[in-house]
Ligand binder design. Structure first.
Ligand code: NAP
Length: 428
């Protein structure tokens, strides 16, 4: 009986767990695929040492250079778990151009090289699977691609970065942002470079993957308005809970504007009403809400990162790829690129915290900047601080994000206003 031969590139957090599960669940995977699954090769800078630690038999080839992988003619599925961009890009393109099958968990690769990967697939006939790249074990990409293939998706939004959500959950309990980040790092939740989590860029890559999948046209993450949680502190979290009855959550959002063909995407901290399902999502959990014309609102919830959840999604892709390969069916052709949707930005209410000199006329100067740009104030609070600086918290009525941004720049240019500030959107 023919077996499914797999090569795993990257034996780090996800790669090691994937290899461990491939071996320990061999019998169960065999039943699911209908053929034995065989680990043919592993590739890692420290492949010999890591293979030994994983107890791999001598029959598993150990490579240290990912560029040698595409030359392995007997491999059916290449699993890319290297992280980063250059080597994964080279490996994925080489395999896809040669009509091979690639499984990856790399959101950065997909977000940056979507069109290139699609082109390589279209030319070479290869196949690309990437469930683990967004929300880890939460099977939201497959639901969009398969279960909802007959529906029209109008919006996808949710908590896509477990580290930011973990930090916001700890800040709700009174921890400082610095202590919350330390705790996340201690638990191995934060990216090696925590700015990817804190500045929202990790979430923007995932929004790019979701938007590209839903629209069929690549949305470059660099074009997604992105704001992270770095500027938030205990005052914002307390004000949100005590005064507004809301919780801060970093959300990624894609909204499609039906026949007008416009797409709105953003990453931002949002103030979510306490009774909203996303407000109940705590710690490192992810939750993605998908709105479809016929199905209505669906919610997907689970662990978005970690060795087990990511490896579970990778294994699911290997099984799906294996079934397709062993059935002898040709891989479906790469979908043609859809025309790039025009960007849109729906009106949205904002929360703004400012620090300004506590002296007569300053509050008036701030509010008149907002009114000059036509941004209407909903509430304004100035808790007593007793110091020389006042803290001003403003919520607005819905305004165009671009107009609000211009008003904010004008406010921050006032000499009495500090440049340190915080902005969140209000989820309606
Ligand atoms: N960790 C998660 O929870 C999670 C969840 C979902 C998706 N992902 C994605 O999964 C992928 C892997 O993540 P990870 O956390 O497992 O990363 P990781 O722990 O850093 O593992 C990557 C492994 O690949 C090796 N490697 C990298 N570049 C190489 C090269 N050019 N040649 C040979 N070996 C190389 C690394 O070796 P060195 O250590 O020597 O550099 C390391 O052993 C990433 O794309 C990540 O975004 C991760």
């Amino acid at each position: 009986m023919r077996s499914l031969r797999v090569a795993v590139a990257g034996l780090g957090i996800v790669g090691s767990e994937t290899v461990r599960l491939l071996r320990s669940r061999r019998d169960c995977l065999r039943r699911r695929i209908g053929a034995p699954i065989e680990l043919a090769a592993v590739c890692d800078r420290r492949a010999p040492e890591r293979a030994r630690r994983l107890g791999l038999p001598a029959s598993v080839r150990r490579l240290t250079d990912p560029r040698r992988l595409p030359a392995l003619r007997d491999v059916d599925v290449f699993v890319e778990l290297l992280g980063g961009l250059d080597e994964p890009r080279r490996l994925a393109l080489a395999c896809l151009r040669a009509g091979r099958c690639v499984v990856t968990a790399n959101k950065r690769l997909l977000a940056r090289c979507w069109d290139e990967l699609r082109g390589a697939r279209a030319r070479g006939g290869g196949r690309l699977w990437f469930e683990a790249s967004v929300a880890g074990a939460v099977p939201v990409l497959r639901a969009i691609e398969s279960s909802l293939a007959g529906d029209r998706i109008t919006a996808v939004h949710g908590i896509l970065n477990g580290t930011a959500n973990f930090m916001l959950s700890r800040m709700e309990e009174g921890l400082s942002p610095e202590a919350a980040l330390r705790r996340a790092r201690k638990l191995g939740l934060a990216e090696k470079d925590p700015s990817l989590d804190l500045d929202g860029r990790d979430a923007a890559d995932k929004v790019s993957v979701l938007a590209s999948l839903v629209t069929g046209a690549w949305l470059d993450p660099r074009r997604i308005p992105t704001r992270g949680i770095r500027e938030l502190d205990a005052r914002d979290i307390a004000f949100a809970g005590e005064v507004l009855g809301r919780r801060a959550r970093l959300l990624g959002m894609v909204r499609l504007d039906g026949p007008a063909g416009r797409v709105e995407a953003c990453v931002s901290p949002f103030l979510v009403p306490r009774e909203h399902p996303l407000a109940a999502v705590r710690d490192e959990f992810n939750a993605v809400m998908v709105r479809a014309a016929s199905a209505g609102e669906l919610m997907f919830y689970g662990k978005g990162a970690g060795a087990g959840p990511a490896a579970s999604a990778v294994l699911g892709d290997i099984v799906a790829a294996g079934r397709e390969i062993l059935s002898g069916k040709a891989a479906p052709p790469a979908p043609p690129a859809a025309p790039a949707p025009r960007p849109a930005a729906a009106d949205c209410a904002f929360y703004l915290r400012l620090s300004a000199l506590d002296r007569p006329g300053v509050l008036c100067a701030i509010t008149s900047k907002l009114s000059r740009f036509g941004v209407s104030i909903a509430t304004i609070h100035q808790p007593a601080t007793g110091g020389r600086d006042a803290c001003v918290m403003i919520t607005t009525h819905p305004a165009k994000p671009e107009i609000f941004g211009r008003a904010l720049r004008a406010i921050l240019a006032l000499p009495a206003v500090s440049r340190r500030h915080a902005v969140m959107r209000l989820l309606s």
